[in-house]
Every structure is written in C-alpha cells, then in structure tokens.
Ligand binder design. Structure first.
Ligand code: FES
Ligand code: FES
Length: 175
C-alpha cells in the first residue's frame, strides 16, 4: 500500500505516492530523476547519498521517503543558481577537490551543513565534518582545501544558501 507524500525539493513542490519501504535516495534518484545524489554503499557508510533535509545534512539511504513528508530537501542539483555555481562548487573546481567525482555531491552537501554553522572551520573541524564521507580516490587534501576556500568565500560575503548566486565566491576562492 502506498502513502501520499508532499515535500519541497530544490525549491519545487513535489507530491507522490510511495511505498512505505522506499528509501529517500531511491525516491530522489529513481522517481524524481535527481541522479546527482549517488549510492555508494546503501549501508550508511560512504556519504555519497548525502542531501540536506530541512537544512541539515542527512544520508538519504538512511531515511525513508515517507519520513520526508513535509520536509524541504536540497540535493546537489539545487545548489547552483542557474549558471552561477554555489561557492562550494566553485571551490571544489578551483582547488581540484575531485578526481572521479563520485563522492563530490555528498562531500559538498556535508560541507554546506558545516559552513552554514561555521564559515571559518579549522582543518580538523572540516575533517571531522566529512568523516562520514568516503572518497575512494582518496583526494582528501584537496577536498579539505576546497571547503576551506569556500569558507573564505562565505566570510567575504558569498551566500551559502542553495540557489543564491555566489557573487563574491570567485574572488574570495583565490582568483
Ligand atoms: S549510499 Fe548512503 S551512505 Fe553510502
Ligand atoms: S573523487 Fe573519486 S571518490 Fe572522491
């Protein structure tokens, strides 16, 4: 038997009938076609499936879609504002914070949660914030550098809010 859910995903109201056992990550990827959220393990280990639920980073393989009823969800697809990248996306690009890119959406969503709480984290605090996110390419040094650069951009005035043009991000991220 299906349950009816209504939620906001990347600023858009979505309604659907879902089975109670359906995971949020399945709903996002398979029902809504938002495949930027990746599945690396399905067992809550890798963090590739991280999205924001009501502003907090959540591994979407650990949550049922029905539990997201009424929530506001942001996925990696909702971070940029048109062609204007989110400060974290700019920083990952400029600091070479990705190799194959598989872990990148989850890393960015976890980092966004951190920077929303503290735009000036230490490297240890950055590493702590992404400890639930595995990079199989082991590019951690540049990932940390990217998050640090994005934090600097936020302190210089860039908005960390998803979907808001990061006017100051490019300058503050090191160009
Ligand atoms: S797929 Fe969710 S933590 Fe790995
Ligand atoms: S960049 Fe390949 S898994 Fe992280």
């Amino acid at each position: 038997m299906s349950e009816h859910i209504a939620l906001v995903v990347n600023g858009e109201r979505r309604e659907a009938d879902v089975e109670p056992r359906r995971l949020l990550v399945q709903f996002l990827r398979e029902d809504l076609g938002l495949t930027g959220t990746h599945v690396g393990c399905d067992t809550s280990q890798c963090g590739a499936c991280t999205v924001q639920v009501d502003g907090q980073a959540v591994k979407s393989c650990t949550m049922l879609a029905v539990q997201a009823d009424g929530a506001t969800i942001t996925t990696i697809e909702g971070m940029a504002n048109g062609d204007a990248l989110h400060p974290l996306q700019t920083a990952f690009w400029e600091q070479h914070g990705l190799q194959c890119g598989f872990c990148t959406p989850g890393m960015i969503m976890a980092a966004a949660d951190l920077l929303a709480r503290d735009p000036d984290p230490t490297d240890d605090e950055i590493r702590h914030a992404i400890q639930g996110n595995i990079c199989r390419c082991t590019g951690y040094q540049n990932i940390v550098a990217a998050i640090r650069a994005a934090g600097a951009a936020v302190q210089a005035g860039a908005s960390i809010t998803p979907g808001v043009a990061p006017a100051a991000a490019t300058v503050a991220a090191g160009r």
